[in-house]
Unconditional design. Structure first.
Length: 134
């Protein structure tokens, strides 16, 4: 296991995906905070800090990713936490909307394994090399 001090909030409504990503992150030494929807994610972001980065799904039945990003932007205490979207949505207008809300990276789930998502998170948080899938 690698030593890592980063605390990552993973906001994902699909339990299998959430557990797979959390497992990989923990294996790499990240501390993981899990939320099953955007509403829960905002609460955890505000109460479980400090959080170094967020992996965020966009499509969730309760508090989707866009609502999460809009709520996050309203609070100066949490607005600067970097967000990487990981979703199955790949339409240009959706990517542009997310970019307009200040995300750092955008990954299409179908194009990346759990390991690749973890590597992208590390690259984005520590080297400023964030991927925007198109």
């Amino acid at each position: 296991m690698k030593i890592n001090k980063d605390r990552i909030l993973v906001v994902e409504d699909d339990e299998a995906t959430l557990q797979a990503i959390a497992f990989k992150l923990k294996k790499e030494g990240f501390e993981v905070i899990q939320a099953g929807d955007g509403d829960e994610g905002i609460i955890k972001l505000k109460t479980k800090g400090p959080i170094n980065g967020i992996l965020l799904d966009l499509r969730m039945p309760k508090g989707d990713g866009f609502k999460f990003l809009e709520e996050k932007a309203k609070d100066p205490k949490i607005s600067g936490v970097p967000v990487i979207i990981f979703t199955n949505l790949s339409q240009r207008d959706i990517i542009d909307r997310a970019l307009g809300l200040g995300i750092k990276g955008y990954l299409v789930k179908a194009h990346h394994s759990a390991q690749e998502i973890v590597e992208e998170l590390h690259q984005c948080l520590h080297k400023g090399k964030c991927t925007i899938d198109k």
